[in-house]
Design a binder for this molecule. Structure first.
Ligand code: GLC
Ligand code: GLC
Length: 815
């Protein structure tokens, strides 16, 4: 069953009923000012940091679900009837309803009682504000006397404190109302130089800024007293819960449309110009007011929206493909890069499942996000790489997370996840391949615990690799530390205390538990690093890391192979994890994917054997599960992984992030049908028709789909912010379609499903445009035609900027 449809031409997903199984989200803004918005206008906004600079409130885990948002109420002043044009929060029946989630904007339209309303929500590029453009049209035979009430609930900036510290917060809230604009200025008197504003383009019939005055005592957003009464209280908040509501009244003739613009924004004043007049406690509005006035004009809004759409068209033009599969086309051309951009921007902070409080920017998460993002905005990728590297420690280890506002490492989590630093090598390699910007390797970047030394970025990469080599265990495999990619495989945490953190508790010595996964990741990273060092004239260094990769590959073959698949790890007592000798958790997906990707076992048949085991034991109709059999009881020696009920999260769900590793591995093994088959199983667009089972948004990947051991098999959770976005884009575009940026050119090496006749693609790469046309030869491509000339192999040499290059593969005359 579906709840809407894809409108590929407009790059929108159109939701046709408000009661989707879960709130289906979109994101406004991908830079400093960002927010989430659901299909019924729920959500919140923040500036740079969802924990430290939260503008508005949202009630996670509230009932009814998705409570708190960018609400508008329409009221018929004759009858007194009122409703929400976005359905929530009044949930009155609507005669029509449609939500169009587009790229960084959402448009919700509905009709009731002969009144049509359409609200467009977006953040104009480069601004720290969001626009709500409401259009109300009278479709009745006679005139309509209408009111509009707006409503946002301000957060007192620090979202964690806001949700817990009531003894203080009920007494700190402050606002000003001036010239129709509501300014939320809690703590501005003291150490904050920033405030929020909520403005409206129309003369006001009234306003409210004290939540309970607007709602009335013991009432919710569904029945605000001010709206019921048709009159605001003109309240000015002092303490309690600062809120913003405008009341606009107008009469519409039959067929007439009224446009009302609301702005919700964030502003920082220079510290020395905080107050006006100086010495007073009155907010200086002189700097923000021109911005407000400009954006309250319909022409500015229209132009801002045009620019937003154009910025997406240009970003997406980096790669456009035409394949025989519609689900592939729309994910590759529209939604998957969009999700990559959002995921890059938000890391794992703001979604329906991430509260914005507990996690900032994840080190391994962001390094992997880069893999799917780097081609979309290389400048931002560069800046992120340098930020990430600056949270690395002199040991080569890294802070697991950092706060986006302060860019400092999170001490509560600390470091010691031994895979973390290796991902930096992969992220930087992807950036170099895309841009050729080798100068980044010379950028001086401090270590988080040694700010006075600022070695070049390249040294950070080297330390990342050495970090692994400095920490080898009894089998010469890498020590796992707190966890590797799998946060829940906590082999040094023997926790019997409820509530103890599995990730930060280390109560046994960490000198035995080893990770085969990190071994594979090391081989991959070292093999990425060697050619980079070589280009810098460091042949000895390149040779060293090639040799170490070779050595590690040998260790994996010797101690990481279980007979039919790669083992996962060795636990604290030296027992293999992920072995046929166990009764649960015999086989894990991660090492099968990563070891084959790194080239281990390709020549001696282990790779193909491991992939066959994946197909036999882990593949399901809903995707490849993380492990089998799922753990049915708690294993003290394994940590969080066995804390989840079977089939969920790391305990045997389809943890979608890992599936593309197997797709890539299958493509490397030349098996296009297998690779693409796995791709299709978790492609959200291909799952659209089972939306009632899948339940999450059909236009973006979710972190997990409940596995075969769970009662709700097939149900997705944790949508939007997941490494799944980047890895799937990499798998389909770089390995199945085979178009990959390399240091010396563009690789065109597709491994297609047998049924495909071929495909076409346009790729912008280092200033040139490559028109690619592939006819499926049914085998590996051995040569290309580049502008009519035959080239042996599959690497298209770099063309000069501005050039258009025609590449054909698999034979002539295709298209
Ligand atoms: C989550 C984390 C990621 C981790 C994965 C597996 O997605 O964000 O860092 O690798 O879970 O545990
Ligand atoms: C839990 C989750 C895992 C996530 C981690 C983040 O362990 O299962 O997916 O990465 O929390 O701290």
């Amino acid at each position: 069953m579906r709840y809407g449809y894809f409108d590929d031409e407009h790059r929108e997903y159109v939701i046709t009923r408000p009661d989707t199984p879960l709130p289906w989200l979109n994101y406004l803004g991908t830079d400093a000012y960002v927010g989430i918005i659901s299909n019924t206008a729920g959500g919140y906004s923040c500036y740079r940091d969802a924990r430290l600079r939260r503008l508005t409130r949202y009630r996670y885990n509230g009932v009814p679900t998705d409570s708190g948002g960018r609400y508008l109420y329409l009221r018929d002043n004759r009858s007194g009837e009122y409703w929400s044009p976005s359905w929530q929060p009044t949930r009155c029946d609507l005669d029509s309803y449609e939500c169009r989630h587009g790229l960084s904007y959402t448009r919700i339209s509905s009709a009731r009682l002969g009144v049509r309303a359409e609200t467009l929500y977006f953040v104009p590029p480069g601004e720290t504000l969001e626009v709500w453009r409401l259009r109300v049209r009278n479709e009745r035979g006679g005139p309509a006397d209408l009111s509009v009430f707006s409503s946002v609930e301000f957060c007192l900036w620090d979202a964690q404190d806001d949700a817990t510290n009531f003894q203080r917060n009920y007494s700190t809230g402050e606002v000003e109302v001036d010239g129709g604009v509501i300014y939320h200025k809690t703590e501005y008197r003291e150490r904050r130089d920033h405030f929020a504003y909520f403005a409206c383009s129309e003369p006001l019939a009234g306003f409210d800024t004290q939540r309970e005055e607007f709602l009335g005592a013991y009432r919710g957003w569904d029945r605000p007293l001010a709206v019921e009464r048709g009159e605001s209280a003109n309240s000015v908040a002092h303490g309690w819960a600062p809120h913003g509501s405008h009341h606009v009244r107008f009469l519409l003739a039959p067929g007439e449309t009224k446009e009302v613009i609301f702005l919700l924004g964030y502003w920082e004043n220079p510290r020395e110009a905080k107050f006006d007049p100086p010495g007073s406690q009155i907010l200086n509005k002189a700097l923000v007011r021109p911005v407000i006035d400009r954006w309250l004009r319909p022409e500015t809004v229209a132009e801002g929206f045009r620019q937003l759409r154009e910025s997406w068209s240009s970003r997406l033009s980096v790669l456009q493909v035409g394949t025989p599969d519609q689900d592939t086309n729309r994910m590759v051309n529209i939604w998957n890069p969009y999700q990559c951009m959002v995921t890059f921007a938000m890391s794992r902070s703001v979604s329906l499942f991430e509260s914005g409080i507990s996690r900032g920017i994840g080190f391994r998460d962001s390094c992997q996000d880069l893999l799917g993002f780097v081609q979309l905005a290389p400048g931002r990728a560069r800046a992120r790489i340098l930020d990430l590297a600056a949270t690395q420690l002199a040991s080569g280890g890294a802070y697991h997370q950092y706060q986006p506002l302060t860019k400092t490492g999170n001490d509560a989590i600390g470091s010691g996840f031994n895979d973390d630093p290796l991902w930096l090598v992969l992220g930087v390699a992807a950036y170099l391949k895309e841009t050729g910007d080798e100068a980044i390797l010379d950028e001086p970047v401090p270590y988080a615990d040694a700010a006075d030394v600022r070695p070049p970025l390249q040294e950070h990469l080297e330390r990342s690799l050495r970090y692994t080599l400095d920490r080898l265990g009894p089998h010469q495999l890498p020590l796992i530390g707190r966890a590797d990619w799998n946060d829940c495989l906590n082999l040094n945490c023997f926790s019997a205390e409820p509530g103890q953190s599995f990730q930060t508790t280390e109560n046994v010595a960490g000198d035995t538990a080893e990770s085969v996964f990190i071994g594979g990741l090391f081989v991959l990273a070292a093999r990425e690093y060697a050619p980079i060092a070589e280009r810098r004239g460091q042949a000895a260094e390149a040779g060293y890391y090639r040799a170490e990769a070779e050595k590690m590959a040998g260790v994996i073959a010797e101690h990481g192979w279980d007979g039919a698949w790669f083992r996962r790890a060795y636990d604290h007592s030296g027992r293999p994890v992920g072995s046929a000798a166990d009764d649960e958790g015999q086989i894990f997906i991660e090492p099968q994917g990563i070891c084959v990707m790194s080239g281990v076992g390709i020549d001696d048949g282990m790779a193909v054997r491991a992939l066959d085991s994946v197909r036999e034991r882990l593949a399901t109709g809903h995707g490849i599960v993380l492990l089998q059999p799922a753990y049915t009881r708690y294993h003290l020696e394994l940590g969080e992984i066995s804390s989840y009920p079977p089939g969920y999260k790391e305990n045997g769900s389809v943890f979608c992030h890992t599936n593309p590793w197997v797709m890539i591995a299958e493509a490397m093994a030349g098996r296009g049908d297998a690779a693409f088959g796995y791709y299709q199983r978790i492609n959200p667009s291909a799952r659209e028709e089972i939306s009632d089972v899948h339940r999450c948004e059909p236009y973006v990947y979710a972190q997990m789909i409940a596995g075969r051991d769970a009662p709700a098999q097939g149900e997705a959770k944790n949508s939007w912010l997941t490494g799944t976005a980047a890895w799937n884009l990499v798998a389909i575009t770089q390995w199945i379609l085979g178009i990959r940026a390399e240091l010396d050119g563009l690789r065109v090496d597709p491994v297609l499903p047998a049924a495909w006749p071929g495909f076409t693609a346009t790729r912008r790469f280092r200033g040139a445009t490559y028109q690619i046309s592939v006819r499926n030869p049914g085998t590996r491509i051995t040569h290309l035609e580049v502008d009519g000339r035959r080239i042996e192999g599959t690497l298209v040499p770099l063309a000069p900027p501005g050039a258009t290059v025609h590449v054909t593969a698999g034979g002539q005359g295709q298209g």
